[in-house]
Design a protein around this ligand. Structure first.
Ligand code: SF4
Length: 398
């Protein structure tokens, strides 16, 4: 593979304040040396789109035509745009809609209601997304970073480490592709993509600028975005406290999900290394502040691991700590761990899961055991990419 070192200005993906301060250790030291993906239509401001069109000799209004085809019709096939001049269709496609992500492998599960896609990016990096149909909604789980630098030892993505941040274009292309797939009946019947969760590979708040740009274009009404309500977007974080506060101050009603996984600092230090930077009290304080500011119930994600964090005492302590902030501000989602092959971290016993839930319910906490969609298809985030990376197997999606 050619070297990816480049003298281009580094894209930190970090909010103003640069690489100093709270976000600094969220990034891998290798990250800053990566080449940037080609600039995509969705990476550009309105002015940049118009300027780029002008360079090709087109008037401003063509920008909204391109936006309508992209966001409303989910197509980047400029040669098929009947209302767009065809003299430079190839150039326009290349300038505004370069192929940023290419499907390498698709797996279906749950009788066709789940489709997991492994993508290759322009530099050979791989990421995953998962499309899931439920009775009342169709949800896409997207990746925001290549790998993840948080290093949680039970997580397949954590074992890959962080390669780089993804651009807004790369993140949004997962959405466009899935919206078209759902519309065209890939899940069994035509469906409208209704929900987006940032729960694929990566720590979304570690790629803040691209994440925010993405959220704005997912939620804007067509032709400026996909028109998926911000209320149906969930941002998941391991607990990057400054990022939670910053997101809160954007005043966008997205749901926050915090991957807690342990009720005490002693245990969480072991399961989630970032806890040494932002401990459980800081994370829960920030989560509660987010609830107070947005009035959106916060989700607490809790991967149940056999004999590690799934005992009665863990559930009681979790309930106590959440009730400390008052009633009805939080919803706990325990999820049976989808174990990595050969790992010492395994899924809880069903009776322990049931007891964990009972204790939370009896303490007045809303809690639902999350289903493990796609557990038969390397369902946990990062497993597909990890397996393909190890085996070198590449299957081309037809
Ligand atoms: S559990 Fe989440 S935060 Fe931790 S390594 Fe995996 S993807 Fe990253």
């Amino acid at each position: 593979m050619p070297s990816l070192l480049s003298s281009e200005a580094v894209e930190t993906g970090i909010t103003p304040g640069g690489t100093t301060g709270a976000f600094r250790d969220v990034l891998s030291k290798h990250h800053a040396h990566r080449r940037k993906p080609p600039v995509h239509f969705t990476d550009m401001s309105d002015g940049e789109r118009e300027e780029a069109l002008k360079e090709l000799g087109y008037p401003k209004f063509r920008a909204s035509q391109l936006a309508r085809h992209y966001f409303s019709h989910c197509t980047t096939d400029v040669a098929g745009y009947s209302d767009f001049p065809q003299d430079q269709a190839g150039t326009v496609k290349q300038r505004f809609f370069p192929d940023l992500i290419t499907p390498l492998l698709e797996q279906t599960a749950d009788n066709g209601a789940t489709i997991k896609t492994l993508w290759q990016l322009f530099d050979g990096s791989r990421i995953e997304s998962v499309l899931m149909k439920y009775p009342t909604r169709t949800t896409l789980c997207i990746s925001s970073q290549v790998g993840c630098g948080m290093g949680c030892p039970f997580c397949a993505t954590g074992q890959l480490g962080l390669t780089r941040n993804m651009s807004a274009g790369e993140i949004l292309e997962q959405v466009r592709y899935a919206a078209a797939q759902a519309r065209d009946g890939a899940l069994g019947e035509p469906a409208r993509l209704s929900n987006i969760v940032f729960m694929g590979m990566g720590e979304a708040l570690g790629n803040y600028n691209a994440m925010l740009k993405t959220i704005r274009q997912i939620s804007a009404l067509p032709p400026h975005g996909f028109g998926i309500s911000a209320r149906n977007i969930t941002v998941s974080t391991v607990g990057i406290v400054p990022g939670i506060k910053k997101l809160m101050n954007e005043h966008i009603p997205v749901r926050l999900a915090v991957s807690l996984h342990a009720p005490s600092d002693k245990l969480r230090d072991e399961l989630v290394p970032m806890n040494k930077r932002f401990n459980t009290t800081q994370v829960l304080d920030a989560a509660h502040d987010y609830y107070m500011a947005t009035k959106r119930r916060v989700s607490i994600e809790y991967a149940l691991m056999k004999g590690i964090n799934d005992q009665a005492g863990h559930a009681r302590l979790l309930a106590k700590r959440l009730n400390h902030y008052g009633d009805d501000w939080v919803h706990v989602n325990p999820i049976p761990l989808n174990p990595i092959e050969g790992s010492r971290w395994t899924a809880s016993k069903p009776e322990d899961e049931a007891r964990f839930l009972d204790i939370l319910h009896n303490a007045g906490i809303a809690a639902t055991l999350r289903d493990t969609r796609g557990s038969d298809i390397d369902g946990a985030c990062g497993q597909l990419a990890a397996r393909v990376k190890d085996s070198g197997v590449l299957c081309t999606v037809q």
